[in-house]
Design a protein around this ligand. Structure first.
Ligand code: HMH
Length: 211
């Protein structure tokens, strides 16, 4: 049986649950999140997305011909997303030229390390990273203002279709690799789950007190 994205979710429900459900997200939904905590996430996620964009560029470089189109569309969306982050930060008077927190730094180093992995492993990581946000922002239910557009960004139907495409591409790549590479893809999936859980938690650990 080849490894698939669905089989990874089936095999590891607990780490995936921790990656996609967190008091940060329920706090957005209930209106109880402290704005300083949200702002910490916003700035750190901008830094994350910059490095994530570089990672997607490297995945594209390793991709087979029939995956180029979907990955290019993803990169086009990331161009918009980076501009959107800049606009959201400006609305909140946040400075984006700041250092990554250790948790963000670790995630960025992990993404850089994927370049040495076979394409099937990179494609699995890319799917897991995008699916974590696609699920995480939707699971709490409709988000009130000012968080509605954040939930929509990763929960909208077009993004959900993109995540399905990434799963299909990862599955296609995983179908042809050795058991050793499949095991590496599984390890990378679990690493993404851990890093996602830590990233939500960072907003609580690192938030500045309110002025
Ligand atoms: C931490 N994971 C994190 N940030 C994001 N923006 C995404 C995933 C989705 O792109």
């Amino acid at each position: 049986m080849p490894l698939t994205c669905e089989s990874l979710l089936q095999a590891h429900p607990t780490p995936w649950h921790s990656a996609t459900t967190h008091p940060f997200l329920t706090g957005c939904q209930r209106g109880t999140l402290h704005p300083a905590q949200f702002n910490t996430w916003l700035v750190q996620d901008f830094l994350f997305v910059k490095d994530f964009t570089r990672m997607v560029g490297r995945v594209l470089g390793a991709a087979p011909d029939d995956h180029i189109d979907g990955l290019l569309a993803g990169l086009g969306a990331l161009k918009d997303e980076l501009l959107w982050f800049e606009a959201k930060a400006a609305e909140r008077s946040l400075h984006l030229s700041t250092s990554p927190q250790p948790t963000c730094q670790r995630y960025c180093e992990f993404m850089a390390s994927l370049a040495a992995q076979p394409y099937a492993v990179q494609a699995t990581a890319l799917w897991a990273i995008e699916y974590a946000y696609n699920q995480g922002w939707q699971l709490p239910g409709p988000m009130p203002e000012p968080y509605t557009e954040f939930a929509d960004r990763w929960g909208n139907p077009g993004f959900t279709d993109y995540v399905h495409l990434l799963a299909a591409q990862a599955d296609a790549a995983l179908a042809t690799v050795s058991p050793e590479v499949q095991a590496e893809a599984e390890a990378v999936f679990l690493r993404v789950a851990d890093l996602e859980a830590a990233f939500w938690q960072m907003a609580f650990v690192a938030a500045e007190p309110a002025p």
